[in-house]
Design a protein around this ligand. Structure first.
Ligand SMILES: NC(=O)c1ccc[n+]([C@@H]2O[C@H](COP(=O)([O-])OP(=O)(O)OC[C@H]3O[C@@H](n4cnc5c(N)ncnc54)[C@H](O)[C@@H]3O)[C@@H](O)[C@H]2O)c1
Length: 435
């Protein structure tokens, strides 16, 4: 029998989402439908995957919930913030991801999820003009109001624990500024001084969540928790953080496919990735400053899998380009093309083409569920700060760049990290046996 120091998942789990858009309404609808037995949570590791624990004659393959105590779908209570006042039902209909027949059976529950006013600054997402927005004195006031929202949500719903998940629009790119973002005291001073340039609204949500004892997950590529000042806050409050940018379509393919090239010692001369996307996310990303945030995140994946310094003959000079094009007719049904120029024996060139016709929110929804449940687990296991075992779900995993730590982008190495963390939290030994 295992011995785990992880606290059991007792009572209800509050899931507060920032952004009540395509991804989060698809996530919520799926959870509520699955609860009624009307849909299956396909793509979710926590609901389907089995991990081997023990070795030899003692080995067993168990669901995560049988390795360690996990919150169940029935435990979840949703809340949200958004710039627009539409409730989760209206927003799910507007998003046009799911058919009405898959939304209507949970209409009442979705209608009850009404967004709280958003902490928003239009300079961070110029294409949005909703008016369900807080009136604030400064960034510190933004934090205070969000903290009050979290406290009221807890009091009104009686939840035992809460997780805050950002799946709102991508903000404009905020470069890391050592004077503001490295020390918690400097970050707090900048919030009090209303430094709008260095303090994104998302940082106020993250600060409020951690200060209220809630793990925080960044699903967009924003800088937000990816700064030492937030790591300090996470240590101080004993809270886990995870980010950034859900690894859904093209980057999932990239982090799973690049290892084929790297493992067989084939060369790479170029990788061109392009997408067409027509939802509101695509509209926001059509703004160059917002796309810059996404581009930085998408570009980081290859370099740590096919490392030029380790194999200069194979990877020293490859050209890597990523583009997203806003194309309304496709709405949430993104189409991605990858053209990969590789070379083999004696340098002879070859090409690989991948055409992925995916559904953005259908791929992102199970990641929301897994990141929420696993962050709650990490908090109960007493893990705080950056949760590297969650890199599996993220395009641009957080890592301590101040000490030159390298992120792990290789999908199968990330999977090993995920399984081992769950084994450890369940009181089993970490290992790398072949299953
Ligand atoms: N779907 C995917 O495959 C995928 C993958 C990686 C990352 N993401 C990211 O997830 C996020 C959500 O994507 P989506 O398709 O649901 O977008 P969406 O535009 O449908 O929804 C985002 C919502 O966030 C709201 N919002 C913006 N700023 C806010 C703020 N400060 N406070 C509260 N609400 C705010 C908007 O009003 C909007 O309703 C985006 O940042 C996107 O880049 C999505």
């Amino acid at each position: 029998m295992s011995k785990s120091a992880t606290k059991p998942a007792e009572g209800k789990l509050g899931v507060l989402v920032v952004g009540l858009g395509a991804v989060t309404t698809t996530f919520m609808t799926g959870v509520l439908m699955a609860r009624k037995g009307l849909a299956k949570p396909v793509g979710s590791m926590t609901q389907y995957d089995k991990i081997r624990v023990g070795k030899g004659n003692d080995k067993k393959y168990l669901m995560y919930k049988d390795v360690v105590s996990m919150a169940s779908l029935d435990d979840i209570v949703f809340g949200a913030w958004d710039v627009y006042p539409a409730n989760a039902y209206e927003s799910a209909i507007n998003a046009e991801v799911l058919k009405e027949k898959d939304i209507n059976p949970v209409k009442d529950e979705l209608e009850a999820i009404k967004p709280m006013t958003a902490a928003f600054d239009r300079n961070y997402a110029k294409r949005l003009d909703g008016d369900n927005v807080k009136t604030v004195k400064d960034r510190w006031d933004m934090v205070e109001q969000l903290r009050e929202d979290i406290r009221s949500f807890k009091a009104n719903t009686g939840v035992n624990r809460c997780v805050v998940l950002w799946a709102a629009s991508t903000e404009v790119y905020v470069p890391v500024n050592e004077k503001v973002h490295y020390k918690l005291a400097d970050l707090e001073a900048a919030m009090k001084a209303d430094d709008k340039e260095n303090i994104a609204p998302s940082m106020c949500y993250a600060y409020a969540a951690l200060a209220e004892g809630c793990p925080f997950i960044m699903g967009a590529p924003n800088t937000t928790v990816d700064i030492p000042a937030m790591w300090e806050l996470a240590e101080k409050t004993g809270m886990p953080i995870a980010g950034k940018d859900f690894k859904t379509g093209q980057t999932l393919v990239k982090s799973g496919f690049a290892p084929i090239i790297g493992t067989r010692m084939l060369g790479l001369s170029g990788w061109f990735s392009t997408n067409i996307l027509g939802n509101r996310d695509g509209l926001v990303l059509d703004e160059p400053a917002n796309f810059r945030t996404k581009e930085v995140s998408k570009l980081s994946t290859l370099e740590s899998i096919l490392v030029p310094e380790e194999q200069p003959d194979l990877y020293s000079n490859y050209y890597h380009k990523v583009r997203i094009n806003y194309y309304p007719p496709r709405n949430d049904n993104k189409e991605g093309w990858d053209n990969i120029d590789i070379f083999g024996w004696m340098g002879y060139p070859m090409q690989i083409k991948i055409n992925f016709l995916c559904r953005d929110s259908i791929l992102a929804a199970p990641l929301c569920l897994d990141l929420v449940l696993l962050s709650d687990l990490a908090a109960r296991a007493g893990r705080h700060g950056i949760q590297r075992f969650l890199s599996f779900f993220l395009k641009s995993p957080m890592h301590d760049y101040t000490v030159d730590e390298v992120p792990v982008n290789h999908l199968f190495q990330q999977y090993t990290m995920l399984k081992n963390a769950i084994r450890e939290m369940g009181g089993y030994e970490a290992d790398e046996e072949i299953d």
